[in-house]
Design a protein around this ligand. Structure first.
Ligand code: NDP
Length: 251
């Protein structure tokens, strides 16, 4: 029997794979023989591009695509490049995301909308454009968050976007089932890379006290969840939200 975590012949796109969880994820798929598409968004200093290129250096024949997930025409062009190079897509991980915390009283409309635009509208946009290139048997894995399940202080924008991603995951699972595409979400707790690294030490320690397993999550634990949901082992799971949070929230 073929190793279920051998992704040879599968084309994988992880949005926002220039750093953080996304970078580790695309490298893990690459290590398991997938054909990888790395995505980054342009910044004036060119840092994201060089981060994406250093991720790509560890992959075999990667496609590296600059694309802002909030821009429909850029997402369309990304899908066209994938179609032209590989003839289709098998696994999409909607990982791109941003954070901008502020209490509701102080949050500007722009701070609210910009986070929703990248996290939620971006996920919708990429999903919508990917569906025409996703092959039958395809997988979509969306990154939600424990914040979307519990609603965390100071995260009206982020929590709302991540809660809506859960609803979008369920709608997508229903609508794409007829195409043989299954759609699930991962809801990470506090992970040792990326966004959670920006929290003050005192806040981190306070959260750790409330996590039954008593520690932050290792990025590999999120990567493993994505590998599982993208693998044949998850073939009868769709519309599910997989908590990877050390027991912080049990829903
Ligand atoms: P990072 O901030 O390290 O990475 C975010 C990624 O998203 C970057 O690669 C960034 O690209 C990309 N991105 C941002 N805006 C856009 C855009 N408009 N278009 C395309 N890409 C974009 O975050 P994490 O790795 O921590 O988070 C990854 C996902 O996991 C997010 O969805 C996050 O909400 C979720 N998550 C993370 C948790 C954690 O503890 N780390 C906990 C729960 C959920 P670039 O580098 O090019 O700017």
């Amino acid at each position: 029997m073929k190793d279920p975590f051998d992704f040879s012949g599968k084309v994988v796109l992880v949005t926002g794979s220039s750093r953080g969880i996304g970078a580790k994820m695309i490298k893990a798929f690459g290590k398991r023989s997938a054909q990888c598409v790395v995505n980054y968004v342009v910044d004036p200093a060119g840092q994201n591009k060089s981060d994406a290129e250093s991720v790509a250096n560890e992959l075999k024949d990667p496609l590296v695509i600059e694309c802002d997930v909030t821009k429909p025409e850029q997402v369309e062009s990304m899908m066209k490049q994938i179609q032209d190079r590989h003839g289709g897509l098998d696994i999409l991980v909607n990982n791109s995301g941003i954070i901008h915390d502020r209490t509701i009283k102080k949050m500007s409309m722009d701070e609210f909308e910009s986070v929703v635009r990248v996290n939620l509208t971006g996920t919708f946009n990429v999903t919508q454009k990917a569906v025409s290139v996703l092959r039958s048997g395809g997988r979509i894995v969306n990154l939600s968050s424990v914040s979307g399940q519990m609603g965390l202080f100071g995260q009206a924008n982020y929590s709302s976007s991540k809660a809506a991603i859960i609803a979008l995951t369920k709608v997508s699972a229903r609508e794409f089932a007829r195409q043989g595409i299954i759609v699930n979400a991962i809801a990470p707790g506090f992970i040792d890379v990326g966004m959670s690294k920006g929290m003050p030490e005192e806040v981190t320690q306070n959260f750790i006290k409330q996590i039954p397993l008593g520690r932050l999550g290792d990025v590999r634990e999120i990567v493993n969840a994505a590998l599982f949901l993208a693998s044949p082992m998850a073939s009868y799971i769709t519309g599910h939200v997989l908590n990877v949070n050390g027991g912080f929230y049990m829903g």
